[in-house]
Design a protein around this ligand. Sequence first.
Ligand code: PLP
Length: 394
Amino acid sequence: MDKIIYLDHAATTPVRPEVLDAMLPYFTEKYGNPSGIYTFASKNRNDVNAARDIIASSIGAKPEEIYFTGGGSESDNWALKSVAEAYGNKGKHIITTKIEHHAILHTCEYLQKRGYEVTYLDVDERGVVDISSLKAAIRPDTILISVMFANNEIGTIEPVREIGRLAKSHGIIFHTDAVQAYGQLPIDVDDLNIDMLSSSGHKFNGPKGVGFLYVRSGIRIGSFIHGGQQERGRRAGTENVPGIIGIGKAAEIAISSLDERMVKETHLRDHLIKRLISEIPYTRLNGHESRRLPNNVNVSFQFIEGETILIMLDMAGICASAGSACTSGSVDPSHVLTAIGLPSEIAHGSVRFTLGYENTMEEIDYVADRVVEIVEKLRNMSPMYQDFIRRNRC
Ligand SMILES: *Cc1c(COP(=O)(O)O)cnc(C)c1O
């Protein structure tokens, strides 16, 4: 195979051709600033608002509850910092989990340095947040609960409905980082009692550098970027018009193709899991078996290094990731794999494959064949494995 097989969709996804086509005119012919009063510009304002309508209706929200941002990290930063600032006089306690993306964890650390207290909830061995420990963590001064919708490394889907219900009954704001879930799972913010939600275009076949933050009306948040009146004065700066048109188109396609993609990707996912687990001994699946993103496969191969597997997969034209893209290159095992209790020597042998709409069964079988070969080859060179086999023989 000459072409690459891309199985790293949790890191980023290709822009769909229809999305690019929708965006292109806004770089050239339709370049007007949406704030302008002449028709040439105000048409762009309408088009930006049409994208806002699509996004709003995709999660059961109102258009005025959607703010366009520069991506998932910005949405997460804005959500946490704005609630801390606006509600800091009510209390200074925030609850989150140990398995959040760094956009949440590092923002929490920033807030801790500024006098906020953060509780980091444990998860069980499949990565699920325990509702009773969440209940126990709630205090009179808790102002925010931020729990991700689904984890980017191991794919576990969190009990968002129960968390939303609990937050609501205590009058606490509930934010969810839905960067991995949006466009992969159906989401209704009213049904699930979500008050704030982060999403990012490039994770669902839209462009990079554009995302959105949903903020339930009634929640007081301040301006994140000060300046002009864009995004109702809360996020100043001339709108990223091509990006916003692109994320709107990507959302439209993601929602209309959701059911079909969920079925297809779940089928490919389960086929890959089954082949890897049944054909390679001393291999485990990380994350939950069923409460799992349709596109996520995360496995640990004992006795060998995930990084080495990735290099060999790369030589076979296969793109995958070890733990999470942000942590690869570092020597510590990922914080998520540590949180589910994996001993570091097993965590080090982990590989994440994340599928997308363009993957085929033929590709999945090719990948499974290569992984089987690579793991066998590496284990044959591993003194740890040889030693293990020798000891188990006698
Ligand atoms: C990718 C990702 C982010 C960051 O999104 P960017 O648009 O890359 O800033 C945040 N949270 C999760 C769960 C992610 O997967």
